[in-house]
Design a protein around this ligand. Structure first.
Ligand code: TYD
Length: 205
Protein backbone atom coordinates (compact mmCIF):
# COMPACT_ATOMS: atom_id res chain seq x y z
CA UNK A 1 0.00 0.00 0.00
CA UNK A 2 1.18 3.50 -0.81
CA UNK A 3 1.38 5.90 2.13
CA UNK A 4 -0.09 9.38 2.21
CA UNK A 5 1.12 12.63 3.62
CA UNK A 6 -1.60 14.98 4.86
CA UNK A 7 -0.91 18.38 6.39
CA UNK A 8 -3.27 20.57 8.40
CA UNK A 9 -2.94 24.35 8.40
CA UNK A 10 -4.64 27.46 9.70
CA UNK A 11 -4.29 30.47 11.96
CA UNK A 12 -3.95 29.89 15.71
CA UNK A 13 -7.04 28.45 17.39
CA UNK A 14 -8.67 27.21 14.20
CA UNK A 15 -9.60 23.92 15.87
CA UNK A 16 -7.03 21.73 14.14
CA UNK A 17 -6.27 19.51 17.15
CA UNK A 18 -9.89 18.52 17.76
CA UNK A 19 -10.40 17.76 14.10
CA UNK A 20 -7.17 15.79 13.80
CA UNK A 21 -8.35 13.55 16.67
CA UNK A 22 -11.67 12.93 14.92
CA UNK A 23 -9.93 12.27 11.61
CA UNK A 24 -7.56 9.75 13.19
CA UNK A 25 -10.50 7.86 14.72
CA UNK A 26 -12.26 7.87 11.37
CA UNK A 27 -9.22 6.53 9.50
CA UNK A 28 -8.36 3.92 12.13
CA UNK A 29 -11.95 2.64 12.03
CA UNK A 30 -11.46 2.16 8.30
CA UNK A 31 -8.36 0.08 9.04
CA UNK A 32 -5.66 2.56 8.04
CA UNK A 33 -2.32 2.73 9.82
CA UNK A 34 -2.11 6.36 10.94
CA UNK A 35 0.77 8.42 12.32
CA UNK A 36 -0.06 11.79 13.86
CA UNK A 37 2.62 14.37 14.30
CA UNK A 38 3.12 18.12 14.53
CA UNK A 39 5.43 21.00 13.69
CA UNK A 40 7.49 22.40 15.12
CA UNK A 41 8.16 19.05 16.81
CA UNK A 42 7.52 15.40 16.12
CA UNK A 43 10.95 14.03 17.10
CA UNK A 44 12.92 14.61 20.29
CA UNK A 45 15.37 16.97 18.58
CA UNK A 46 12.55 18.86 16.88
CA UNK A 47 10.62 19.14 20.15
CA UNK A 48 13.69 20.72 21.77
CA UNK A 49 13.89 23.22 18.92
CA UNK A 50 10.16 23.88 19.45
CA UNK A 51 10.76 24.85 23.06
CA UNK A 52 13.34 27.42 22.00
CA UNK A 53 11.08 28.87 19.30
CA UNK A 54 7.93 29.22 21.39
CA UNK A 55 9.54 30.27 24.69
CA UNK A 56 8.02 33.64 25.69
CA UNK A 57 11.38 34.60 27.23
CA UNK A 58 13.02 34.50 23.79
CA UNK A 59 11.62 37.87 22.74
CA UNK A 60 14.99 38.91 21.27
CA UNK A 61 14.88 36.17 18.61
CA UNK A 62 15.45 37.59 15.13
CA UNK A 63 13.05 36.74 12.32
CA UNK A 64 15.72 34.92 10.35
CA UNK A 65 16.71 32.82 13.37
CA UNK A 66 13.06 31.91 13.83
CA UNK A 67 12.68 30.88 10.17
CA UNK A 68 15.84 28.76 10.24
CA UNK A 69 14.85 27.05 13.49
CA UNK A 70 11.47 26.05 12.03
CA UNK A 71 13.27 24.69 8.97
CA UNK A 72 15.85 22.84 11.11
CA UNK A 73 13.11 21.25 13.18
CA UNK A 74 11.39 20.25 9.93
CA UNK A 75 14.50 18.72 8.35
CA UNK A 76 14.92 16.36 11.31
CA UNK A 77 11.23 15.56 11.37
CA UNK A 78 11.10 14.72 7.67
CA UNK A 79 14.15 12.47 7.65
CA UNK A 80 13.58 10.71 10.96
CA UNK A 81 9.82 10.32 11.02
CA UNK A 82 7.68 11.47 8.07
CA UNK A 83 9.59 9.99 5.15
CA UNK A 84 10.06 6.53 6.69
CA UNK A 85 6.40 6.35 7.75
CA UNK A 86 5.03 7.27 4.32
CA UNK A 87 7.48 4.82 2.71
CA UNK A 88 6.12 2.11 5.03
CA UNK A 89 2.60 2.73 3.69
CA UNK A 90 1.26 4.76 6.60
CA UNK A 91 -0.98 7.78 6.53
CA UNK A 92 0.92 10.63 8.13
CA UNK A 93 -1.14 13.54 9.43
CA UNK A 94 1.02 16.51 10.27
CA UNK A 95 -0.30 19.50 12.23
CA UNK A 96 1.39 22.35 10.28
CA UNK A 97 4.17 22.14 7.67
CA UNK A 98 5.94 24.40 5.15
CA UNK A 99 2.80 26.45 4.45
CA UNK A 100 3.03 27.67 8.07
CA UNK A 101 6.52 29.02 7.40
CA UNK A 102 5.35 30.72 4.22
CA UNK A 103 2.33 32.27 6.02
CA UNK A 104 4.02 33.20 9.35
CA UNK A 105 7.67 33.88 8.51
CA UNK A 106 7.06 34.95 4.90
CA UNK A 107 3.78 36.87 4.71
CA UNK A 108 3.50 37.94 8.36
CA UNK A 109 7.12 38.53 9.43
CA UNK A 110 7.89 39.82 5.96
CA UNK A 111 11.00 37.74 5.28
CA UNK A 112 11.89 37.27 1.63
CA UNK A 113 9.73 34.51 0.17
CA UNK A 114 12.66 33.13 -1.83
CA UNK A 115 14.58 32.63 1.43
CA UNK A 116 11.71 30.67 3.02
CA UNK A 117 11.29 28.57 -0.12
CA UNK A 118 15.01 27.89 -0.45
CA UNK A 119 15.71 26.73 3.10
CA UNK A 120 12.56 24.64 3.13
CA UNK A 121 13.45 22.99 -0.16
CA UNK A 122 16.49 21.56 1.63
CA UNK A 123 14.49 20.72 4.74
CA UNK A 124 11.68 18.76 3.08
CA UNK A 125 13.83 16.65 0.77
CA UNK A 126 11.15 16.35 -1.96
CA UNK A 127 8.26 15.50 0.36
CA UNK A 128 5.16 17.41 -0.78
CA UNK A 129 1.85 16.82 1.00
CA UNK A 130 -0.71 14.78 -0.97
CA UNK A 131 -3.33 17.10 0.43
CA UNK A 132 -3.38 20.09 2.78
CA UNK A 133 -6.45 21.03 4.80
CA UNK A 134 -6.69 24.75 5.43
CA UNK A 135 -8.92 25.53 8.41
CA UNK A 136 -10.45 28.86 7.58
CA UNK A 137 -11.55 30.89 10.60
CA UNK A 138 -11.41 34.64 11.30
CA UNK A 139 -8.18 35.20 13.32
CA UNK A 140 -9.92 37.04 16.17
CA UNK A 141 -12.24 34.09 16.74
CA UNK A 142 -9.30 31.66 16.82
CA UNK A 143 -7.28 33.76 19.25
CA UNK A 144 -10.29 34.19 21.55
CA UNK A 145 -10.72 30.39 21.60
CA UNK A 146 -7.07 29.91 22.58
CA UNK A 147 -7.16 32.49 25.33
CA UNK A 148 -9.98 30.55 26.98
CA UNK A 149 -8.07 27.30 27.30
CA UNK A 150 -4.37 28.02 27.78
CA UNK A 151 -1.67 30.65 28.19
CA UNK A 152 -0.42 32.00 24.88
CA UNK A 153 3.02 31.18 23.43
CA UNK A 154 5.43 33.64 21.75
CA UNK A 155 3.71 33.49 18.34
CA UNK A 156 0.16 33.52 19.70
CA UNK A 157 0.97 36.69 21.66
CA UNK A 158 1.48 38.59 18.38
CA UNK A 159 -0.95 41.37 17.42
CA UNK A 160 -4.21 40.83 15.59
CA UNK A 161 -2.63 42.64 12.64
CA UNK A 162 0.07 39.92 12.55
CA UNK A 163 -2.53 37.16 12.62
CA UNK A 164 -4.40 38.82 9.76
CA UNK A 165 -1.21 38.84 7.70
CA UNK A 166 -0.89 35.11 8.41
CA UNK A 167 -4.52 34.61 7.41
CA UNK A 168 -4.16 36.56 4.17
CA UNK A 169 -0.97 34.61 3.46
CA UNK A 170 -2.91 31.36 3.67
CA UNK A 171 -5.54 32.79 1.32
CA UNK A 172 -2.76 33.51 -1.19
CA UNK A 173 -1.48 29.96 -0.85
CA UNK A 174 -5.00 28.66 -1.43
CA UNK A 175 -5.16 30.60 -4.70
CA UNK A 176 -1.68 29.44 -5.70
CA UNK A 177 -2.14 25.72 -5.01
CA UNK A 178 -5.85 24.93 -5.55
CA UNK A 179 -5.09 21.29 -6.37
CA UNK A 180 -3.24 20.57 -3.14
CA UNK A 181 -4.82 22.92 -0.57
CA UNK A 182 -8.48 22.41 0.32
CA UNK A 183 -10.43 25.00 2.30
CA UNK A 184 -12.38 23.81 5.32
CA UNK A 185 -14.93 26.22 6.82
CA UNK A 186 -13.75 26.00 10.44
CA UNK A 187 -16.38 28.37 11.82
CA UNK A 188 -19.02 25.65 11.59
CA UNK A 189 -19.68 23.31 14.52
CA UNK A 190 -17.38 20.34 15.20
CA UNK A 191 -19.50 17.71 13.40
CA UNK A 192 -19.95 19.83 10.30
CA UNK A 193 -16.24 20.57 10.11
CA UNK A 194 -15.45 16.86 10.47
CA UNK A 195 -17.84 16.05 7.61
CA UNK A 196 -15.97 18.49 5.34
CA UNK A 197 -12.65 16.90 6.30
CA UNK A 198 -13.94 13.40 5.53
CA UNK A 199 -15.21 14.60 2.13
CA UNK A 200 -11.73 15.81 1.18
CA UNK A 201 -10.06 12.64 2.45
CA UNK A 202 -12.37 10.41 0.43
CA UNK A 203 -11.00 12.03 -2.70
CA UNK A 204 -7.42 10.96 -2.03
CA UNK A 205 -7.83 7.57 -0.35
P1 TYD B 1 1.23 25.41 18.26
O1 TYD B 1 1.00 25.48 19.74
O2 TYD B 1 1.45 24.09 17.64
O3 TYD B 1 0.06 26.21 17.55
P2 TYD B 1 -1.28 25.67 16.94
O4 TYD B 1 -1.92 24.80 17.96
O5 TYD B 1 -2.04 26.92 16.63
O6 TYD B 1 -0.87 24.93 15.70
O7 TYD B 1 2.44 26.40 17.97
C1 TYD B 1 3.01 26.51 16.77
C2 TYD B 1 3.17 27.96 16.46
O8 TYD B 1 4.26 28.12 15.56
C3 TYD B 1 1.95 28.57 15.77
O9 TYD B 1 1.71 29.86 16.31
C4 TYD B 1 2.39 28.71 14.34
C5 TYD B 1 3.86 28.84 14.41
N1 TYD B 1 4.60 28.32 13.24
C6 TYD B 1 5.34 29.19 12.45
O10 TYD B 1 5.34 30.40 12.66
N2 TYD B 1 6.06 28.67 11.40
C7 TYD B 1 6.12 27.34 11.12
O11 TYD B 1 6.80 26.90 10.16
C8 TYD B 1 5.36 26.45 11.98
C9 TYD B 1 5.38 24.97 11.73
C10 TYD B 1 4.62 26.98 13.02
Amino acid sequence: MIGKFITVEGTDGAGKSTQIKLLVEYLQNKGFDVVVTREPGGTSISEKIREIILDVDNSEMSDITEALLYAASRAQHISQKIKPAVAAGKIVICDRFVDSSVAYQGYARGLKMSLIEDVNRYAVDDMTPDVTLFFDIKPEIGIARKKNVQSLDRIEKETLDFHYKVYNGYKELLRKYPQRIKRIDAQKDVEEVHAQVVEVLKQIL
